[in-house]
Design a binder for this molecule. Structure first.
Ligand code: SF4
Length: 288
């Protein structure tokens, strides 16, 4: 994609009175030298994998090989003590489900990464379910999510090892928020606002996986980041703008990532990984 700034995507969408997804689709067609139908079909396959991973994650009795995670999506799904509405519940349940499948080495769509793979499908598919939105529109929104993520990868990073978890779950939340705004017929500017609002509020999130496994805190963090995205969507759709524009938020994320100690960037040398319990788990799993 030749766009390097979200601002340019928004300007182009406004100028041509089109959606951001339409720009991304055109870019994909050009870059891959293929047809529109082929590009759409590829994204449709991704959507199907997302749906299957949610189904898989909600099956009885699945636990990761380490035993650290699994079954919590189902626990929440079956809970009668849930405060809040069904949309919110679904978002969290679906994010946990996909993330548990990833922890079990199942098939997921890595967007922006495997560790943060639950957020985008949870938000988009929960909204689609609630508002009866057809797959074609969800597919378009996925292009928007992908385009936003690609710009982050060009301007900064999507790797926890480079930027901390703000670059994984933070960006996943921002991609989901921006794409969801488009799915709900928000304006291109609101897409940028939702993206910026979501990412701004996860700046500084460290990557400190217990025992070096993408399980604790990753699985539950996907649930949190997905519900966080929903808040950004609601703020943007209600007309709240981000004071700091999305591209500057990405730059701030990279600066924060560069300032972050390497011990908090996927090395499991600090944070939750080195708590008393984190160390105990790592010791128990050392031959794992
Ligand atoms: S804590 Fe680290 S490994 Fe886990 S999801 Fe975040 S960036 Fe990925």
């Amino acid at each position: 994609m030749h766009y390097k700034k979200i601002e340019n995507l928004i300007d182009k969408a406004v100028q041509d009175n089109i959606k951001i997804s339409q720009i991304i689709i055109e870019e994909e067609i050009e870059e891959r030298e293929t047809s529109r139908a082929a590009v759409i079909e590829k994204m449709n396959q991704n959507l199907n994998v997302m749906k299957q991973s949610i189904e898989e994650g909600l099956k009885e009795g699945h636990t990761s090989a380490s035993g650290l995670t699994g079954g919590e999506a189902l626990t929440m799904q079956n809970s009668n003590n849930f405060l809040g509405d069904n949309l919110y519940k679904n978002v969290v349940v679906k994010a946990l489900a996909v993330s548990e499948v990833n922890a079990c080495m199942g098939k997921i769509v890595a967007g922006p990464t495997a560790g943060a793979s639950g957020i985008v499908p949870a938000v988009l598919l929960s909204l689609a379910e609630k508002y009866d939105i057809p797959d074609e529109r969800v597919i378009s929104a996925l292009f928007t999510a992908g385009g936003l993520g690609e710009i982050v990868s060009k301007k900064a990073t999507l790797a926890g090892a480079e930027g901390g978890c703000q670059a994984e779950c933070g960006v996943g939340s921002a991609m989901a928020a921006g794409a969801a705004v488009e799915l709900m017929e928000g304006t291109p500017k609101q897409v940028g606002d939702a993206f910026a609002l979501a990412l701004k509020n996860l700046l500084g999130l460290v990557c400190d996986p217990v025992a070096g496994l993408v399980e604790v805190p990753c699985v539950k963090r996907n649930g949190f980041a997905a519900s966080h995205a929903l808040t950004a969507v609601n703020m943007a759709l209600s007309g709240i703008s981000s004071v700091i524009p999305p591209d500057e938020v990405i730059e701030a994320m990279m600066e924060v990532g560069d300032l972050m100690s390497v011990s908090l960037k996927e090395t499991s040398e600090a944070g939750l990984a080195t708590t008393e319990t984190g160390r105990k788990i790592a010791e128990e799993l050392k031959d794992f």
